[in-house]
Design a protein around this ligand. Structure first.
Ligand SMILES: [Zn+2]
Length: 403
């Protein structure tokens, strides 16, 4: 399959002046050529030439007339937002989500595919290929208009090489995602850890847009964080930064799949919530959960606990409150390490956000070192279920708009 926007055409777009102008139109559009020249200090002929090229390549369109101080009204410029698409993939632990977005991260199409138990590297790659083919072959999506594919993958990822170095949920190593997908589809493919992708998505299109120092925390089957420092994702020396699911919260806590005891995710991730609920219910605690799973305690998962809380089940509400307290300890550690302006909580468990928030806030209030630490804003993800997949799209947008 051949598409127009291969790596070569990206390089053409990447002149410094072009990206200055393109970003100005993206962030401030509709904007006039004159205002671009004034703000960028580029000469009006330079601006004119580059804008002409951006219009020819369909990235920018002329739009409604602006207001004029006498004389001819200036024509304004804006991003041709729906002319191009990005494909985003979020590889979870049980399923892979696929989305198509426009240049402003708006969802245009979605699908998802199940991951079989104990997948191999080849299984995962072929599921990704199948989902991409499904969305490219949807009649509404012109394959020639796709700028690239972004992939958010749980575990340790090398974004430079586009390799999943270690996916703990599958015990898989060295999955060459970028290489395999670029070979198959002849499109740019960028790969990143899922929590980092989520953080990037929130930074561009969600609740993070005014916070250059911020953290996105993905709470699902595991817990991971994306650290945004001065507007750039921070990876650390070996792409390990943000593995907060494995900071120790309780020395004598439950055993974690990583081999340690009392890691944050053994106390606050989805499976941990389910385990604590089961343990209490087995010892006879009264709860609506028992009815919701018709007495079969093996069916208890984080979702059932949340559903019971929604129906005012006191046990479930308390359990989620306690989970919020554990999360609050993890977030307080983050505040003291990174000092972010904002922490954004996403992932499946964040759906129970209203029940977690009280415990989170209380803990930060009682443990934060200074008043400013206590004032750190904690919010739930704006992009919700698709945050990591939309964030994966930003991996392509970021490359495209970057200098
Ligand atoms: Zn651990």
């Amino acid at each position: 399959m051949s598409t127009k926007y291969t790596r070569g055409s990206f390089q053409l777009m990447k002149s410094m002046n072009r990206s200055i102008i393109l970003n100005m139109i993206r962030k401030q559009g509709p904007i006039s050529r004159a205002d671009i020249a004034k703000q960028s200090r580029l000469t009006p002929p330079t601006v004119s030439n580059i804008v002409k090229e951006l219009i020819n390549t369909k990235f920018v369109i002329e739009t409604t007339q602006g207001t004029s101080k006498g004389g001819r009204k200036p024509t304004l410029l804006e991003i041709n937002v729906d002319y191009f698409y990005i494909l985003g993939i979020d590889v979870g632990t049980t399923s892979v989500k696929f989305v198509v977005t426009n240049l402003f991260g708006d969802l245009k199409d979605t699908t998802s595919l199940e991951i079989p138990a104990f997948p191999t590297n080849e299984n995962l790659i072929s599921i990704m290929k199948e989902g991409i083919r499904l969305l490219l072959s949807n009649g509404n999506n012109d394959p020639g208009k796709f700028l690239g594919v972004g992939v958010g993958m749980h575990g340790i990822v090398d974004p430079e090489k586009g390799i999943s170095l270690f996916a703990p949920s599958f015990q898989l190593k060295n999955i060459p995602i970028k290489e395999e997908l670029e070979k198959e589809f002849n499109m740019i493919v960028n790969v990143e850890n899922d929590a980092r992708a989520m953080t990037l998505g929130e930074y561009w299109f969600g609740h993070g847009n005014d916070a250059d120092n911020m953290v996105g925390v993905n709470v699902g089957n595991g817990i991971g964080a994306g650290l945004m420092v001065k507007g750039r994702l921070f990876h650390g020396e070996n792409n390990l930064a943000g593995e907060i699911g494995h900071i120790t919260i309780d020395l004598s806590g439950p055993k974690c799949p990583c081999g340690n005891y009392g890691c944050l995710q053994t106390l606050a991730a989805g499976p941990a919530i389910a385990e604590r609920a089961k343990k209490e219910l087995k010892s006879g605690t009264h709860s609506l959960i028992r009815d919701l799973v018709q007495g079969d305690l093996e069916q208890v998962d984080g979702k059932v606990v949340y559903e019971a809380a929604l129906q005012n089940d006191e046990f479930s509400i308390q359990l989620l409150y306690q989970t919020g307290r554990y999360l609050g300890i993890g977030l307080t550690n983050l505040i003291h390490t990174i000092n972010p302006k904002r922490i954004i909580i996403g992932g499946g468990v964040s759906k129970a956000g209203p029940y977690l928030m009280e415990g989170i806030e209380e803990t930060i209030q009682s443990r934060g070192l200074t008043d400013k630490a206590k004032e750190t804003s904690i919010v739930l993800s704006k992009l919700g279920d698709h945050a990591s997949a939309i964030g994966a799209c930003v991996l392509i947008l970021e490359e495209f708009f970057s200098r």
